[in-house]
Design a protein around this ligand. Structure first.
Ligand SMILES: Nc1ncnc2c1ncn2[C@@H]1O[C@H](COP(=O)(O)OP(=O)(O)O)[C@@H](O)[C@H]1O
Ligand SMILES: Nc1ccn([C@H]2C[C@H](O)[C@@H](COP(=O)(O)OP(=O)(O)O)O2)c(=O)n1
Length: 257
């Protein structure tokens, strides 16, 4: 089975409970805080969390691992279609498996980061991953999903949609701090720039995440610390989703989505 399996089903079941359905879509460029902020927002909303970037990264890892020619889109697509992915959607767990291999750390490494855009610009690969993403969202009941095309393509009808941005300088500095915290200090400025700005430029060929689509709320975290950013996203979600954000079902049957 290639769908997000047992972990996903467990998190989805936990999120389902009696609370109102809620889909929150978050997009943004590299280093804007999508993953860390969305994970915390999911905790506060009692929702599951879907890191769609991890799915593209897993395809890239799978291609490197199995010697797929990255110049061959057909071969990349075949790898994406057959990839046995298991991904935790619990906001307190970060576990990504491809088959039996735990790739949670490897997919964040420089080798994968350098080639992930090559995989992500193959349109049929995006269609395959979007299919899996929509299935995960439909299963979860309450979910925060983040990436580059969630507000626009994967879940344009989400209850709340947010574009998270920050200046290029701040995003690059955040990525640098993150690498240092992960035990990889001293990554040179050229490499950092390639991993943040260069990757965004390549990803922008297939997704629009530099400006909000109609109805999407912009949260610029350039001047905000982490807690302030989470608060701003929570406020945007409450404003758009109303009672559902607080977990309440609509008073009368049939009024909710
Ligand atoms: N508003 C913020 N202020 C300061 N640091 C932040 C903020 N948002 C995120 N971070 C930190 O910046 C780094 C990159 O965040 P991350 O969530 O991985 O971004 P993305 O998923 O958009 O690439 C992480 O170390 C995270 O803790
Ligand atoms: N919905 C998505 C999510 C990610 N991607 C692509 C673009 C990114 O370069 C890679 C990795 O995404 P990820 O969110 O992990 O990237 P960063 O956290 O910004 O480093 O996947 C995408 O094309 N569409």
């Amino acid at each position: 089975m290639t769908e997000n399996t047992a972990e996903h089903a467990r998190a989805a079941e936990a999120a389902r409970t009696d609370a109102a359905p809620l889909v929150v879509a978050v997009d943004g460029p590299s280093g804007s805080g999508k993953s860390s902020v969305s994970r915390e927002v999911a905790r506060r909303l009692g929702a599951a969390y879907l890191d769609t970037g991890a799915m593209y990264r897993a395809v890239a890892w799978h291609c490197l691992d199995s010697g797929v020619d990255l110049a061959d889109p057909e071969a990349i697509l075949e790898a994406a279609r057959t990839m046995p992915l298991t991904q935790s959607t619990h906001p307190d767990e970060d576990v990504v498996l491809v088959g039996e291999a735990d790739v949670t750390e490897a997919i964040r490494g420089a080798e994968v980061t350098d080639v992930v855009s090559t995989v992500a610009v193959v349109i049929p690969v995006r269609e395959e991953l979007r299919r899996r993403q929509r299935a995960a969202i439909a299963d979860a009941g309450r979910m925060v999903a983040e990436g580059r095309d969630i507000t626009t393509v994967v879940a344009p009808d989400a209850h709340a949609r947010v574009l998270l941005t920050a200046s290029e300088a701040v995003r690059t500095a955040r990525r640098s701090g993150q690498l240092a915290a992960a035990g990889e200090p001293g990554v040179d400025a050229g490499t950092l720039n390639r991993q943040v700005v260069g990757r965004d430029a390549r990803d922008a060929a297939v997704s629009t995440f530099d400006r909000p689509a109609e109805g999407v709320v912009l949260v610029d975290s350039t001047e905000l610390d982490f807690e302030q950013t989470v608060a701003a996203v929570m406020a945007a979600v409450e404003e758009q989703a109303g009672e559902a954000a607080r977990g309440a079902r609509p008073a009368e049957k049939g009024q909710g989505r």
